[in-house]
Design a binder for this molecule. Structure first.
Ligand code: NAP
Length: 249
């Protein structure tokens, strides 16, 4: 973990930061000295735990419950906080199922959370992030699946591929203000989203496909975000960084 205080005085919103990858991102940003707004959908208890971890790492934390799929709730929440330098669009859901049996409601839920959610937050935060000028950062959490596709994950993969287009367009639009926008594409990371009863044989097979020979940790993604959010990454924009142990290269 990078523990210098290069983000001291910076305010970062991390969506879906109550658990998993988002929580690790919040902690990594806190360790660099940022004040982190920990967004969650329904698990206020988990968001409070995440806030305690951010503070223990050396950052400041506040929690903010809102549904990223709800455009007006996002706008209100972001306006309420005012100053904002860094936005990490991490909130996401995975609903799996063969596309022939996938319902409109399931499709809507995945697209509205994973793709529209990032759009809502970026649009509402852009005015504030632009004020941060060349310290302004937007980071979108996509997935290896957005670049490879996956049977049983058509909506999820489409939402994550969409995030890559959103990333590049945002990078182009905001670059004249010095703001950067990048995506991180994690491979298989152990969290609540993936931990659900993965049988031992499937786990071993998965590890065989990962050159570094292990499943990813949420902190692997947190560390990459902390770097992209910092001053060292000011000349990196419109990129997709793969944090996947070499699973796709
Ligand atoms: P997770 O453990 O299931 O956590 C999901 C987080 O998103 C929770 O904090 C949840 O809040 C929040 N959330 C869900 N819907 C939301 C909404 N509508 N509005 C606001 N917050 C919402 O997931 P994860 O594995 O950490 O995944 C985080 C991100 O990384 C996702 O975008 C996922 O697609 C991506 N990703 C994950 C992996 C992996 O292997 N795990 C790989 C590639 C990409 P509550 O606690 O309130 O429910």
């Amino acid at each position: 973990m990078i523990v210098d205080k290069a983000l001291h005085g910076r305010v970062a919103l991390v969506t879906g930061a109550s658990r998993g990858i988002g929580r690790a991102i919040a902690v990594a940003l806190g360790a660099r000295g940022a004040k982190v707004i920990i967004n969650y959908a329904s698990r206020e208890d988990a968001a409070r735990e995440a806030a305690t971890e951010v503070e223990a790492a050396g950052g400041q934390a506040v929690i903010a419950g809102f549904d990223v799929a709800n455009s007006s709730a996002v706008t209100d929440a972001i306006k309420e906080h005012g100053s904002l330098d860094i936005v990490v669009n991490n909130a996401g859901v995975a609903i799996n199922g063969l596309l022939m049996r996938f319902s409109d409601e399931q499709w809507q839920k995945v697209m509205m959370t994973n793709l529209a959610g990032a759009f809502h937050c970026t649009r509402a935060a852009a005015t504030f992030v632009m004020k941060a000028k060349d310290a302004g950062r937007i980071i979108n959490i996509t997935s290896v699946v957005g670049e490879m596709g996956n049977g049983g994950q058509a909506a999820y993969a489409a939402s994550k591929a969409g995030l890559i287009g959103l990333t590049m367009s945002t990078a182009r639009e905001l670059s004249s203000r010095g703001v950067t926008c990048n995506a991180i594409a994690p491979g298989f990371i152990e969290t609540d989203m993936t931990a659900k009863e993965l049988p031992e044989a499937a786990r071993a097979k998965l590890i065989e496909q990962i050159p570094l020979g292990r499943i990813g940790r949420a902190s692997d993604v947190g560390d990459a975000v902390a770097f992209l959010a910092g001053p060292e990454a000011g000349y990196i924009t419109g990129q997709v960084w793969r944090v996947n142990g070499g699973m796709l290269m």
